[in-house]
Write a protein that binds this ligand. Structure first.
Ligand code: 9MR
Length: 549
């Protein structure tokens, strides 16, 4: 059947910052500008104007106009009207992103393994006993054997965060997410989190990241190599509370990519945790340097694409991981020998768990004062060059997405690609203080929060039409009413042209890329949550919140 997409007037359903861009997208066949009215809570028009005809939007096939009410600054609750059509309600407020900034980080506590999730931090509905903490029927994660043929020892790999809707723990993805939380802290400072460690000697965000860092360190062997992943021997079904998982757990072989991820995030940890906990910082640096040396001895151990019981996170090109790790090690130690091994920089591909080359530039940007003037100039040129392309791509589209895929396809986890592209725009702002970069980074949040082809906020609890049935074994209310919906602040993977799951295949055949999404728990290819996606959201909302204060 035809999907009910609600109002054709598409807004950021959370709202807009008083000093930020304020645009809406209107789906209409009209070929001439239309009148728009900004309505306050009582329905009175407080501003009016005319739309700009944008035309056909490439990724959705929608014919759209843009309404721009950037000049209206006053705090309040509004709707935007075009003719008889009225948008979902939204706020204009300086505090807009404060709540989401905290909730997007709370995601990580919710998804911790090996520790009880306590009602006093998350509320009764979300509380649960520790998962995979060595208590039956769990078979993990205190003494995990290797998958057959992988090795002949067992390891204690307790803790960390579950990757996503599954109970796997994957080094390459966990390291990226931990890196991104640490980087968010460097970018925008700390916020108060409801976690057991709050108020200790570390900033709260660094406490949360440390939960993962401790796990990543456990995945390292004495020779420095790091196991790629640990997950169930066979895929488990849904719903399934973590503490009720009775599957055997398996440790998978070491890989060069996982090892270099620990080198990179270990070095980042060393630099950022040093002022708060020098001993832990030394541990991180020791692990990083050991990993770096081990990866050089074993430069081509690749995780296979075939995978049973968990995701593959396969990657057969690791020159980018070498380069990222080198940049982080340079940043942590100041040693020029590392700088010589930085061979990659930011490109319009940005970065992902598989392609980490661009992260080298983001590492160098954090220590730009230590670069020579020429290297610094080149860095700024690379970042702004990429940011300019994204800015163009955002302007060329009818919806506020800075990602315009060259191959015309939306990828698995497209919402994180949007958030990470906005991050690059934010870095360009940071390096240059040119406001258009900041504005474009902030405007990208419009897309994630409802100004898109489906009138869909991809973040639970934020917006009238928000995702709430993401693929998750515990947050499985759709399958068992006794279980909760995803916690507020959980980002859905988003539209994915690949349609790799049966629910997507049944419901979305022939979809335009920007519309290949369904808020159904069965659609893991379009509607899962994941640590690396929420870390991207946490980074971006921290930036948006910080830049307006
Ligand atoms: O985010 C991952 C995406 O880039 C891959 O294309 C996809 C298929 O390999 O896997 C995604 O990661 C999933 C992982 O394999 C298992 N846990 C859930 C992750 C999010 O869907």
């Amino acid at each position: 059947g035809v999907r009910d997409l609600g109002s054709p007037v598409r807004v950021n359903q959370l709202g807009y910052l008083p000093g930020g861009p304020k645009r809406a997208t209107v789906v209409t066949a009209a070929t001439r500008p239309l009148a728009w009215r900004l309505l306050d809570a009582s329905g009175t028009a407080v501003a009016t104007g005319e739309t700009r005809v944008h035309g056909d939007d490439a990724m959705s096939g929608d014919h759209v106009h843009i309404a721009d009410f950037t000049r209206h600054h006053r705090n309040g609750t509004y709707r935007l009207a075009v003719g008889e059509e009225v948008s979902e309600p939204f706020e204009i407020s300086r505090e807009l992103y404060g709540g989401l900034r905290v909730d997007s980080l709370a995601y990580f506590y919710h998804n911790r393994s090996g520790i009880p999730i306590e009602a006093k931090y998350v509320g009764a509905a979300y509380a649960r006993p520790a998962g995979h903490a060595g208590v039956a029927p769990n078979q993990g994660d205190l003494d995990v054997p290797c998958a057959p043929g992988a090795c002949d020892y067992r390891m204690d790999v307790r803790g960390g965060w579950y990757d996503a809707g599954d109970h796997g723990k994957y080094v390459v993805n966990g390291a990226l997410a931990a890196w991104q939380l640490i980087d968010a802290y460097e970018q925008a400072g700390d916020v108060r989190l409801r976690i057991p460690e709050s108020g200790g000697r570390l900033p709260d965000i660094l406490d949360e990241a440390r939960w993962e860092l401790d796990f990543l360190l456990r995945m390292q062997r004495p020779d420095g190599m790091v196991h790629h992943k640990i997950h169930d021997a066979a895929w488990t079904g849904l719903p399934l509370r973590p503490e009720a998982d009775a599957q055997a757990r398996r440790l998978f072989p070491v890989s060069t990519a996982a090892t270099l991820n620990v080198a990179a995030v270990g070095a980042r940890c060393a630099r950022v945790y040093r002022p708060f906990d020098p001993e832990f910082a030394r541990t991180c640096l020791g692990a990083a340097e050991k990993a770096w040396a081990a990866a050089h001895r074993n430069p081509s151990l690749f995780a296979p694409a075939e995978s049973v019981g968990g995701g593959p996170y396969d990657d057969t090109k690791v020159s980018d991981e070498f380069s990222w790790a080198a940049a982080e090690l340079f940043a942590a130690t100041g040693r020029r020998s590392y700088l010589k091994e930085v061979t990659t920089g930011l490109t319009t591909e940005n970065f992902s768990w598989r392609d980490t080359g661009g992260l080298a530039d983001l590492a160098l940007a954090r220590v730009r004062d230590r670069l020579g003037p020429l290297d610094r100039l080149k860095l700024v040129r690379r970042v702004t060059g990429v940011a300019d392309r994204h800015l163009d791509d955002l302007r060329r589209q009818g919806y506020a997405n800075p990602v315009l895929p060259a191959d015309g396809a939306y990828v698995w986890g497209s919402s994180s690609a949007t958030a990470n592209t906005a991050l690059v725009l934010a870095y360009a702002y940071d390096l240059t203080r040119i406001p258009r970069y900041r504005d474009a980074a902030v405007e990208s949040l419009d897309y994630l929060l409802g100004r898109n082809a489906l009138n869909q906020s991809y973040v639970t609890g934020y917006g009238e039409r928000a995702s709430r049935n993401q693929h998750h074994r515990f947050w499985a209310h759709q399958l068992d009413p006794a279980l909760p919906h995803p916690a507020p602040g959980s980002l859905a993977g988003g539209p994915n042209s690949g349609l790799q799951d049966p629910v997507a295949q049944r419901n979305l055949r022939g979809c335009a890329p920007a519309k290949c999404y369904i808020d159904d728990i069965g659609s893991y290819a379009t509607n899962e949550v994941a640590v690396n996606w929420n870390s991207a959201l946490a980074w971006l909302t921290a930036f948006a919140d910080d830049t307006t204060r």
